[in-house]
Design a binder for this molecule. Sequence first.
Ligand code: SAM
Length: 207
Amino acid sequence: MRKLLIKEVASKGITDERVLNAMMKLPRHFFFDEIFVTHAYEDKAFPIGQGQTISQPYTVAFQTELLEIKAGDKILEIGTGSGYQASILLELGAEVHTIEYNKVLYNQTRKFLPRLGYRPHFYQGDGSRGLPAQAPFDGIIVTAGAPSVPQDLIQQLKIGGKLIIPVGDGKTQEMYKFTKVTENKISKKSFKNFSFVPLLGEHGWKK
Ligand code: SAM
């Protein structure tokens, strides 16, 4: 089933073999609530409790591909959720810092993920402000939909660093890739639309 899922993700345009191989290694069904487990290898987002979701595999692959991770890169993930995306980043050899706003999910995932052998650095708090104490980063990936681009996140990139962030309204968001070319020059590329749960917090949507 996992092979079929990876084939489907590749057929939708993901070409980075390293990303596809990382997804092949991950037992996505371990990240699911029991009642949804039979759906784990569908290319769909699913509820993980607390009104949140595990992202669609294609979306995870799309954002990960845009990060162009090299082993040892320091990556900040905003929105730990189930921990699936963080595990993919670890499989690619990144040093992963992941922050989750929701306390219940934070506590669940920080206990669960090490049992699978995945050990990112976990934080609980408002990731819309980034993680200044650990900055700068080679890459920042935002896995919730933002109303605008938080400048704090751009500031927390290294030169050459990338920010991958979906920005839009509550329903659909366009995917953006910002690259910090020099301290004062930022390049911006936009991609297609996705649909994420909202980014909350100071630079996110207000509850
Ligand atoms: N990356 C996750 C995974 O692999 O399962 C999927 C994340 S889910 C689509 C979005 C997550 O972002 C939710 O768990 C939500 O609680 C979290 N979130 C929303 N606003 C946040 C913020 N300001 N800081 C950190 N996490 C936030």
